[in-house]
Structures are given as structure tokens and as C-alpha cells.
Design a binder for this molecule. Structure first.
Ligand code: ZN
Length: 470
């Protein structure tokens, strides 16, 4: 689209958003939900009762927002995203700042419409759209112990005299062979190609329309097979979740994913717990040699397994490794929480950002393009979203420990290229429930304990201690 058409596009998007909202919050929909609530056939059917209860919740929440605000948000998100992309391209925070100010103002007004309970805060009202039931105070109670323990581990890792070899990440491999290779992995870990597709895009993503139609994408760089493997396994995790939802409940809450955090737990599990594990690479190393031959013949098992687990404090969230990634998220969470409380203005975001990068990751931010303007989220009016990434890592580690307890030889199977038991465990313990439970509750049902930072830290400490010789 030509850049000058942005305002027109904003008005079109705004109209569509307003019309959609008016439909979803119409009196007719409210009457239909009430009729279901009064119907004995619904209350006698546990699944139907859950569906109606969730629909009621969604309806009541949506009706708190006037259509005019929905339209305003859609228009602002379209424009602000456009100006963010331009400002990032020219590394000019000053050009983005007025748009960020508008976003903060609108997000605070939206939070006020939803309202929040005593002891809660505006951030909670917005996070509800991404992670129902999640509050900033709860996130803080999980993130704080994580940050303290992670800081200690990162200090030891950075000081290691014997870091793994980076040779694997320096090999150039043709893209068509890489594509064959990641398709083999996707198929083996259980992404069903008869009910889904894998294509290529700049930013990998997953779109689930129905359990029989799940589209995922990945990306390739000649000199970075690890990125293609990680991206593919990540999106496969999202896709396997969508394919695992109940077909007979398609379009209803019981056939819908729980939250972004749980969705991300599924992608991170295949990407990290499986895809960066020792036993996975026992299998993958052999397959690598079969596919790429001489180009990888010089790489030992230690080279490929270590190369998939390099930890480095750096500037960019989407390029971060499994361990430092969580620090990037904590920084964003603290800043957006302060913005919504009215404690941090747009103009002060770069300074607050850079200060935290120095404190948490020990890196100097050279410019705002690689600093507070690197992510699209705030420009598209998504505040309360970032923590779902780290919650995903935490849920992933805790669910994975439960799966390992339930299936004792789970990891041994990976070395033989056998991944089905994990997929089946996830189908039975996560996917089948749809939105029956909220995320925190699902975690307790599936793992027997509330969410904690311990499983993720155990996972990272054990693996990195061995790889980095700590
Ligand atoms: Zn994801």
C-alpha cells in the first residue's frame, strides 16, 4: 500500500472494527446467551455449560467498551504502527514519541472502561485480553525470583572459560536443502501436513482456522540453519496445539486455545525443551549428516548441540537465546506497567529502557532503533501482551517436567527420532481442555502445582552447567 494511503486505511479498519464490535455486543447476542443460561439442557450438559459461561464472560467484557473507542483504537493502531516503522527505520524516536503518547492515553482510557478490582491496576484490565486472570502483581511475584536466579546463572555463563564452539552457526547451507530438512523435523515431531501447511515469511507465524486447517510459516538464512530449525519447531508447537483442539467444539470456547501464555508454552516446548535438548541432537546430528553431507562433516556432536545452546546478552529480543530472552520481557513488562499507571511518559521511555538493559543484561544500547523501538507491540496498542512470552517459557518448563514424570523414557525416544508420546501427552493434558480452565488453573490441573520459576531455572541450570562447564 502506498504510504500516503495510511490515513484512509486507518478509517477503513476503524469502520470494520466498530461494525464487528457492534455485532458482538448487540442486544440480540445478549438475549441468546441469556436464553442458553435459562435452558435446562445447557446446565445439564457440562461442556455446554462451560461454553455458555465463557461466552457470557466475553460478552459482558466486550460491552464495557463503547464502539467509538474500538474504532478509535483500530485507527490509532494502524497509524501508530506506520509511524513506528518509519521512525525505527530512521532511528528517530522523536517522530514516534507523539504516537506513543497517544497510545498510552488511549490504553489508559480503555483500561478505565474495563475497570479493575481493589488492589489491582490498569495493566491488569488490559492483560485480560491476552492472559485471562493474570495480574501485574502475580506476574511480578513469579518474575522476581526468576530474575534473581537467572542473573546468577547468566553471570556464571558469561564468565565461563569453556564456552561451546560456534562453528555450527558459521556454516552456509543451501536454502532448498534447509527447507527439506525442517519439513522432515516438522513431520517427525507431529505437525500433520494433511491438516496444515508450512510456508515461508519474513516473520514466522501460525494461523489456526480449524483443527484441520492450520497454517504456519518459517524463514531461512543461508548461514543460520539453527534459526530455521528453531523457528520451524516453534511454529509447529503452535500448530500442533491448534491441530489438537477439539473439532466437535470448533468455534466454541472448548475448541479454542486458553491464552497467549499457554499457546507460547506449546511453541517453546518444541523449540527449547525438545529442540535444544541433548537427545534431540543425538538424532538430529545423524539426519544433518545425511541431508548436508560434506558441508557438515567437520561438525562433532558437541559442535551442533553446543551451537544450538549459545547464550549471549544482547540488544534484540527476537534474536535472544533461551535464557537471556526472559530479561528482555521483564524490562518491557516493568515499563508498560509504569506507563499505564501514569508513572512513565513516552519521552522518558528511551532513558528507562537503556538503564534497565545496562542493569539486567549489562549491555549499552547504542540507539533507539535497537532499543525501545525494536518491537511492534506498543505501536499496535498491545499493552499487557509482553509477559505472555515469559509466562510461556515458565508454563512450558513446568508442563514438560510433568510430561517427563508421566512418560519416564520420553527423552530417550528423541534420540531415536520418536516424539509421539510428548505430542499425545500434550493432546490429553492441555489441548483437549480448550478454554475449560484459565491458564494458571490448567497448570495446576496438568502439573499438580501452581506456576513457579523453579522448573524453568532447573532446566536452564542443568543444561547450561553441562554445556558451559560450570
Ligand atoms: Zn510463538
Amino acid at each position: 500500500m502506498p504510504s500516503k494511503a495510511i490515513d484512509h486505511r486507518g478509517r477503513q479498519v476503524s469502520l470494520l472494527a466498530r461494525m464487528g464490535h457492534e455485532e458482538a455486543t448487540s442486544e440480540r447476542v445478549g438475549d441468546l446467551i441469556s436464553a442458553c443460561e435459562d435452558d435446562a439442557a445447557v446446565s445439564d450438559d457440562p461442556d455446554a455449560a462451560v461454553n455458555v459461561e465463557r461466552l457470557r464472560r466475553d460478552y459482558d467484557r466486550a460491552t464495557r467498551i463503547p464502539a467509538s473507542l474500538v474504532g478509535e483504537e483500530a485507527e490509532l493502531a494502524t497509524q501508530a504502527q506506520h509511524h513506528w516503522a518509519k521512525a525505527r527505520g530512521s532511528n528517530d524516536f522523536g517522530a514516534f514519541e507523539p504516537w506513543l503518547t497517544k497510545v498510552i492515553d488511549l490504553m489508559r482510557r480503555k483500561a478505565e472502561c474495563f475497570g479493575w478490582d481493589d488492589g489491582c491496576e490498569p495493566w491488569d484490565a488490559l492483560a485480560e485480553d491476552y492472559e485471562p486472570g493474570c495480574t501485574a502483581a502475580w506476574v511480578e511475584s513469579v518474575f522476581t525470583p526468576l530474575r534473581e536466579r537467572l542473573q546468577g546463572l547468566l553471570d556464571r555463563v558469561m564468565g565461563s572459560p569453556t564456552p561451546p564452539s560456534n562453528a555450527f552457526n558459521e556454516v552456509c547451507l543451501p536454502v532448498d536443502a534447509q527447507e527439506r530438512f525442517v519439513r522432515l523435523i516438522a513431520d517427525r515431531i507431529g505437525f500433520d501436513f494433511d491438516r496444515g501447511r508450512l510456508d515461508t515469511s519474513t516473520h514466522p507465524f501460525c494461523s489456526g482456522f480449524h483443527p484441520t486447517d492450520v497454517r504456519i510459516t518459517t524463514r531461512f538464512h543461508e548461514n543460520n540453519l539453527n534459526d530455521a530449525i528453531g523457528s520451524t519447531m516453534h511454529e509447529c508447537g503452535h500448530g500442533i496445539y491448534e491441530q489438537g483442539l477439539r473439532s466437535d467444539m470448533a468455534g466454541l470456547p472448548l475448541g479454542t486455545s486458553v491464552s497467549l501464555g499457554i499457546h507460547e508454552s506449546q511453541s517453546r516446548m518444541w523449540e527449547n525443551q525438545v529442540g535444544r535438548s541433548e537427545s534431540f541432537w543425538r538424532w538430529c546430528h545423524g539426519e544433518l549428516r545425511r541431508e548436508f553431507g560434506d558441508a557438515v562433516a567437520h561438525l562433532s556432536f558437541e559442535d551442533v548441540y553446543g551451537g544450538a545452546n549459545i547464550v549471549r546478552a544482547d540488544l534484540i529480543r527476537v534474536e535472544a537465546d533461551e535464557a537471556t530472552y526472559n530479561m528482555h520481557i521483564m524490562i518491557r513488562f516493568e515499563l508498560e506497567r509504569a506507563m499505564l499507571r501514569g508513572d512513565l511518559e513516552a519521552a522518558d521511555v528511551p532513558g528507562a529502557w537503556n538503564e534497565r538493559y545496562r542493569e539486567y543484561l549489562g549491555v549499552e544500547v547504542p540507539d533507539d532503533a535497537r532499543g525501545c523501538m525494536q518491537d511492534i507491540h506498543w505501536s499496535m496498542c498491545a499493552m499487557g501482551y509482553f509477559p505472555t512470552y515469559t509466562l510461556g517459557n515458565l508454563y512450558s518448563a513446568q508442563l514438560y517436567e510433568a510430561a517427563c514424570r508421566a512418560v519416564p523414557d520420553l527423552e530417550a525416544g528423541y534420540a531415536e527420532g520418536v516424539f509421539e508420546p510428548l505430542r499425545v501427552w500434550l493432546n490429553d493434558n492441555v489441548h483437549v481442555h480448550g478454554r475449560r480452565y484459565q491458564a494458571a488453573q490448567l497448570c495446576e490441573v496438568a502439573t499438580g502445582a501452581p506456576l513457579s520459576a523453579d522448573p524453568l531455572m532447573r532446566h536452564l541450570e542443568q543444561k547450561l552447567s553441562a554445556i558451559y562447564g560450570l
